[in-house]
Write a protein that binds this ligand. Structure first.
Ligand code: ZN
Length: 327
């Protein structure tokens, strides 16, 4: 589990109320050594480990969210998702996210404490600790884990960061089925080599390393999972207040609203996406999706206009446009 929903390296939380789990910490050196062999990257400092109750984890999340993901911001994001059909109306986005996060987490790496907190009962599997060590490694690599400021951050960056951790965990455990099932990482056995290749993971993360090296020490480096929009892209850089849904957000929406749309922007295959901008103006949501070509944008608009008469869709060049009343 990556604590990426709310991750921010600058928050100082209250001191831990539980003692360190020395038995779990004692297992880390050997696991970190194996991870270094697998990943070719070494953790300089091992995190500490604590056992927390789910109640403690819930209180910790709430404390951070008050500062980093306040209720009014979450509510607006929830309305955007409901409008797009990606969240159920009447279901509190923040409260449900909290409940799911607390219920689904077995362990988490908390970057603000450099601590792995374990919520599950013993015995704690090695692969669980390896997974969290990858997040510690990512923290070391980038200086900070992703703080999703946009839906793209939530969907795309989290997928890439989690993808690396899940792939490493599966690789450690020899879980071939899991490795093959990973859409983001697709590690594959190389001919004549016992190790799996990290080409896909590294390609996804390459942008992060490049971005990190361009930033001054101490600046936060985010790991973008997608290639950054081309310099000459039509939509250009985001303005304050813009949301970016990203590749996955767009693909999910197209799969939901235009399931018969033939070639691009569906499921995990979203090659047609270059960039997008979503803006709430008053009670309206305006969304522009920059496609790879004029035909994709035009085709998507025509498809939706045919399926949903009255829907405010259009295209201009390779940009598809949608306008919806905010729910
Ligand atoms: Zn994780």
């Amino acid at each position: 589990m990556l604590f990426a929903l709310v991750a921010c390296g600058c928050v100082s939380s209250p001191p831990p109320i539980t003692p360190r789990a020395k038995d779990l910490e004692a297992r880390l050196p050997a696991l970190a050594e194996r991870l270094a062999e697998l990943r070719g990257e070494r953790l300089k400092v091992l995190p500490q480990v604590e056992r927390w109750t789910r109640g403690e984890f819930r209180r910790y999340l709430l404390t951070r969210w008050e500062r980093e993901w306040p209720a009014d911001q979450a509510a607006l994001e929830g309305r955007v998702l409901v409008t797009l059909g990606l969240w159920a109306a009447g279901l509190d986005y923040r409260a449900e996210t909290l409940a799911l996060t607390v219920a689904d987490t077995n362990a988490a790496y908390l970057e603000d404490r450099d601590t792995i907190v374990v919520l599950m009962a013993d015995p704690v599997p090695d692969r669980t600790l390896v997974h969290e060590l990858v997040h510690a490694l990512q923290q070391q690599r980038w200086g900070s884990l992703a703080t999703p400021q946009t839906f793209a951050g939530l969907y795309d960056q989290t997928a890439a960061v989690e993808g690396e951790a899940v792939a490493a965990e599966a690789l450690f455990a020899g879980d071939v089925a899991k490795l093959r099932a990973l859409p983001e990482t697709r590690p594959f056995p190389a001919k004549g080599q016992p190790a799996w290749h990290w080409l896909s993971v590294d390609a996804i993360l390459a942008g992060a390393s490049a971005a990190a090296s361009e930033e001054r020490p101490g600046e936060r480096s985010l790991p973008p999972s997608d290639p950054r929009p081309e310099a000459g892209c039509v939509l250009g850089p985001a303005r304050a207040g813009d949301q970016i849904m990203g590749k996955r957000g767009v693909a999910w929406w197209v799969a939901l609203w235009a399931p018969g749309f033939p070639t691009i922007l569906r499921g995990d295959s979203s090659e047609g996406w270059i960039n997008d901008r979503l803006r709430v103006s008053g009670d309206w949501l305006e969304w522009k999706i920059e496609c790879t070509g004029e035909q994709q944008a035009k085709g998507l608009a025509a498809y939706l206009a045919g399926k949903r008469p009255g829907l405010d869709v259009s295209s201009e060049g390779r940009v598809f446009k949608l306008r919806l009343p905010l729910k």
